[in-house]
Design a binder for this molecule. Structure first.
Ligand SMILES: *[C@@H]1O[C@H](CO)[C@@H](O)[C@H](O)[C@H]1NC(C)=O
Ligand SMILES: *[C@@H]1O[C@H](CO)[C@@H](O)[C@H](O)[C@H]1NC(C)=O
Ligand SMILES: *[C@@H]1O[C@H](CO)[C@@H](O)[C@H](O)[C@H]1NC(C)=O
Ligand SMILES: *[C@@H]1O[C@H](CO)[C@@H](O)[C@H](O)[C@H]1NC(C)=O
Ligand SMILES: *[C@@H]1O[C@H](CO)[C@@H](O)[C@H](O)[C@H]1NC(C)=O
Ligand SMILES: *[C@@H]1O[C@H](CO)[C@@H](O)[C@H](O)[C@H]1NC(C)=O
Ligand SMILES: *[C@@H]1O[C@H](CO)[C@@H](O)[C@H](O)[C@H]1NC(C)=O
Ligand SMILES: *[C@@H]1O[C@H](CO)[C@@H](O)[C@H](O)[C@H]1NC(C)=O
Ligand SMILES: *[C@@H]1O[C@H](CO)[C@@H](O)[C@H](O)[C@H]1NC(C)=O
Ligand SMILES: *[C@@H]1O[C@H](CO)[C@@H](O)[C@H](O)[C@H]1NC(C)=O
Ligand SMILES: *[C@@H]1O[C@H](CO)[C@@H](O)[C@H](O)[C@H]1NC(C)=O
Length: 480
């Protein structure tokens, strides 16, 4: 028995005959004591980490799969040059795009079609997409939005808004538009769609905008859509706007607009169902991602909710707005939303729930988990609007219902202000649950500002407002 051997040398190594049982016993004892000492502080982390490694389950099995059903490769593949396109950055390709789509419409029920945009700079006015269709931007392809407002014709307002969002009446069509489509893919090798929005921002800034600005991409009443692997920049208004859609995947997108550009939201999922937004980087002058569902009496009348939406692994910055905004237009209802694994920096708010008197509708079952923030002014904010109504026919008795917001695993560093949670009188926000929320960098005098909210918290720093303090041992959040 050679117990003098140094303990940890070559116990299980090659060339060693057999470890003596006494050595093993000693090692085991030391290991057990060490484990016990560690485990008195943190029982679960160690063992769950080991278990998940052993089980071979991938670290992150979550993805958008299931939201979009890919079809067969398209039968007909053409290039924009086949329709007379010229990628010189000057020639208008509006007719080339429209001609291409008119041609490709014929193949919707004959195996589908794909339009390739090669390297080059392709100026165009607005054009529509078609069903069973792929728009593919090669590496170095840049589609440029026309600087002539007439090439963005005015179309009907959305029924759930009753008017243009910014101006009464109709609204400019989006640069790329689709209505009542199925099976559409907009993708490529990180090609760019550049709305050249400055002209529109100027019109907005100098108050000469006649009709609401157009989006960069809007799809209405459409199903089974994939938007991926592209850069969308300088949208005149909200960048990607699926409205009355279902089964939409937006993945691997880079969305950029100047940080001071007005209302250049990244992605607005609006009155849509089964939407998955994943792995996107967004910098813009408004919310990075927003979930909406119509405006006051028009949204109530239409009653088209946004539901079953996932926003995951989105990062970016918006100095005047929020990482994720729920509302403020939410009159058709918003429910079953999951927001997770976000990184938000240098922004006015991290997560913001916005509503107002007159909205009606509901915001329920919102799960927000694992958000990291740096230099975010107000990490968590609920606000009740600023008299932002479509017209004077809104119903003051139409109070929104906000119930069931589960916020967990939030870290915010260099925070400027404690949460501001303003619910609505006569319709307090209920079931506001927070768990493991650490907001650091605040002055010691910082306190939460809460009005008309009720809920429970555990592991929240700094100490939440009394309305959210759980003063008995039963923390009642269903998602905890
Ligand atoms: C799209 O393709 C599918 C499958 O080939 C077909 O069933 C469907 O009718 C097509 N849609 C349109 C609008 O042509
Ligand atoms: C595109 O579709 C809209 C309706 O969704 C229509 O008003 C417009 O005329 C269409 N544009 C073209 C170029 O076909
Ligand atoms: C795509 O291009 C943008 C610039 O337009 C760049 O910032 C981004 O990193 C690129 N993404 C990939 C995946 O190459
Ligand atoms: C407003 O901006 C537009 C677009 O840049 C410009 O054509 C127009 O002259 C401007 N109007 C005023 C009053 O500054
Ligand atoms: C995005 O591009 C990568 C690299 O080319 C590719 O592997 C992936 O399948 C693409 N994803 C989507 C959703 O288009
Ligand atoms: C929310 O999700 C639950 C469970 O998946 C489902 O039963 C419920 O219908 C969903 N709510 C809405 C409004 O779709
Ligand atoms: C809440 O939404 C999640 C998805 O975000 C869903 O899995 C869950 O079933 C919903 N719960 C209820 C009560 O609707
Ligand atoms: C939290 O989100 C970050 C991305 O911001 C991700 O890297 C990390 O894996 C996530 N953590 C968990 C436990 O899922
Ligand atoms: C609290 O949340 C942070 C950020 O997601 C995470 O890193 C940490 O492990 C969580 N702590 C507990 C006790 O769950
Ligand atoms: C405990 O909760 C009740 C009811 O929510 C509240 O009235 C009371 O002030 C709380 N007490 C403390 C010590 O927080
Ligand atoms: C303690 O919490 C439970 C569950 O939330 C609640 O039903 C009960 O009224 C609370 N008790 C007090 C004394 O606040």
């Amino acid at each position: 028995m050679d117990v003098e051997k140094p303990l940890f040398v070559n116990i299980w190594g090659g060339g060693f005959t057999r470890p003596s049982w006494a050595v093993l016993l000693l090692v085991f004892t030391v290991f057990a004591v060490l484990c016990f000492q560690i485990s008195t502080n943190t029982v679960f982390p160690i063992w769950t980490v080991l278990d998940s490694e052993k089980s071979g389950i991938p670290a992150d099995p979550r993805s958008c799969s299931g939201f979009f059903r890919p079809g067969l490769p398209r039968k007909v593949v053409k290039s924009i040059t086949d329709f007379g396109g010229v990628g010189d950055g000057k020639t208008s390709n509006t007719e080339a795009f429209r001609r291409a789509i008119r041609y490709m419409e014929n193949f919707g029920d004959k195996g589908g079609s794909q339009l390739n945009i090669p390297k080059g700079r392709w100026v165009t006015g607005s054009f529509n997409l078609t069903s069973n269709f792929t728009l593919f931007l090669e590496e170095g392809a840049v589609v440029l939005g026309s600087q002539d407002p007439k090439e963005w014709p005015v179309i009907e307002p959305l029924p759930s808004y009753g008017r243009g969002r910014e101006r009464l009446g109709g609204r400019h069509i989006s640069l790329i538009h689709g209505d009542a489509l199925t099976d559409v893919i907009i993708t490529g090798k990180n090609g760019t769609i550049d709305g050249q929005g400055k002209m529109w921002w100027d019109l907005w800034w100098n108050r000469t905008l006649e009709y609401t600005r157009g989006h960069l991409l809007e799809l209405m009443n459409s199903h089974n859509i994939l938007i991926s692997n592209l850069s969308f920049v300088n949208s005149p208004f909200w960048t990607i706007h699926p409205v009355y859609c279902s089964n939409v995947v937006i993945k691997g997108m880079t969305i950029l607009a100047p940080l001071n550009s007005p209302n250049t939201d990244g992605i607005d999922a609006d009155s849509s169902k089964n939407v998955c937004i994943e792995d996107c980087y967004i910098e813009s002058g408004d919310d990075l991602v927003a979930v909406k569902s119509g405006w006051d009496q028009y949204g109530i009348a239409m009653g088209r909710p946004s539901t079953d939406i996932i926003v995951r692994r989105v990062s970016g910055t918006t100095p005047t707005c929020s990482g994720v905004g729920i509302g403020s237009e939410m009159s058709g209802g918003i429910s079953n939303i999951t927001v997770e694994d976000l990184y938000i920096r240098d922004s006015a708010a991290g997560v913001r729930v916005k509503t107002d008197n007159g909205r009606g509708g509901y915001i329920t079952n919102i799960t927000i988990n694992n958000i990291t923030m740096e230099r975010v002014k107000i990490p968590i904010r609920f606000s009740r609007g600023s008299n932002d109504h479509p017209d004077d026919k809104w119903d003051p008795n139409a109070l929104p219902i906000v119930k069931g917001i589960f916020i967990s695993n939030i870290v915010s560093v260099d925070t400027k202000k404690a949460p501001v949670l303003e619910g609505i009188e006569n319709s307090p926000f209920e079931g506001i649950c927070m768990k493991n929320v650490t907001l650091s960098g605040l002055p010691s005098s910082a306190t939460w500002h809460c009005e008309f909210v009720k809920g429970d918290t555990v592991g929240v720093y700094p100490m939440p407002c009394p309305q959210l303090q759980t003063n008995n041992s039963s923390f009642s959040c269903p998602h905890s």
